[in-house]
Design a binder for this molecule. Sequence first.
Ligand code: PLP
Length: 445
Amino acid sequence: GGLSAASSEAYDANAALFERAQRRIPGGVNSPVRAYRSVGGAPRFVRRAAGPYVYDAEDREYVDLVASWGPALLGHGNPSVVAAVKAAADRGLSFGAPTEGEVELAELVHDRVHRLGRSPIERLRLVSTGTEATMTAVRLARGATDRPLVVKFAGHYHGHSDGLLADAGSGVATLALPASAGVPAEIAAQTLVLPYNDEDALRLAFERHPGRIAAVITEAAAANMGVVAPLPGFNRFLVETAHANGALVILDEVLTGFRVHPGGWWALDPDGALDVDLITYGKVIGGGLPLAALGGRASVMDLLAPLGPVYQAGTLSGNPLAVAAGLATLRAADDDVYARVDAASQRVQAAVTAALTEAGVAHAISRAGNLFSVAFGVTEAPRDYDEVRAQESWRHPAFFHAMLEQGISLPPSVFEAWFLTAAHDDRALSRVEEALPSAARAAAA
Ligand code: PLP
């Protein structure tokens, strides 16, 4: 075990590493939100992680509520997952040839994602990142419909491919960027960005662009602008409207898939079994290794090369170590795991509300299944990106640092969900509960 977190931001091994990193790595990080830009200070460099804990460069222990931004559903270093990866490594690292594990994973996803005997995942293709999964799904939708435009929702994040960065969530929201430089206007113009949970806006988009919209892409439940669940009926309306107009629906479950339910949000959605065309997965499906996937209706998926004219490929696609980690993770993720994640999430939510209420900080807990985030200075959970941005996000840095100093690692952005794992036991959760009151007072200041 490590020492508990020091209560000062003293110059330490993390700060030293961050200085060194910034000399050779842009911003010192390999993914922007890790840099702590919106909360300030030096990011903790993680040396190791186990169960619900991460350990920084000083070997200080933190209760981790980031979970690698989602993949660590079972907690860090789950023994069955690590054993599966080691065994796979002993058999070779990468072959560039099909493997039995890929077939098992495609079968497993088909079987797990079902409702009343129907699975929307008739075919599955493995890729290495969620970005590739959504990028390929969009190309496939365009190939299937021979139409150019894609509808996305403001505040939704679908990875960093050119066409999907407009008004994106996650790091783009954290850094308050409208979009990314380097995306030609011609490409940006192929994406129509609509307010989330707004049926009229969607109807109008189809009226204005008849026969031109290839697909609507939506996070199954939005969780990259903080958590914003679809309003009852919205996902169903979206599917019906898209299909009535000859467009496909891409349900992005990179974050929600296999986290909120054994079958992902698709199996949990209160609107019932949505008739979506494609679903994208990432994060949990790879159990912490680079693996993601797109799946869906055979008639669409079979348009992919080598069967069809839509090209997609990858040197490391279906990498045997990543597949082994994914298979082991999904096999271990039984009903008991989801019950534990759900219970841990509810316990933390209750503690957050109690602490903030006691400190007099108006707030709303915004939930979608076991995912949640905290919106400061509002009384109702936000329904779209405008409402998300209207909150008192300036309260988050003080809250974040007060938690960090007490050994709790929260997402370093108010625009991100909090992630629990099945490894968050009573010791870890009690520490979160003990840290919250003073952090809530810091947020009140
Ligand atoms: N889609 C969603 C909903 C996500 O949450 C993410 C990542 O946060 C992505 C796509 C992109 O996945 P990746 O970071 O693996 O490229």
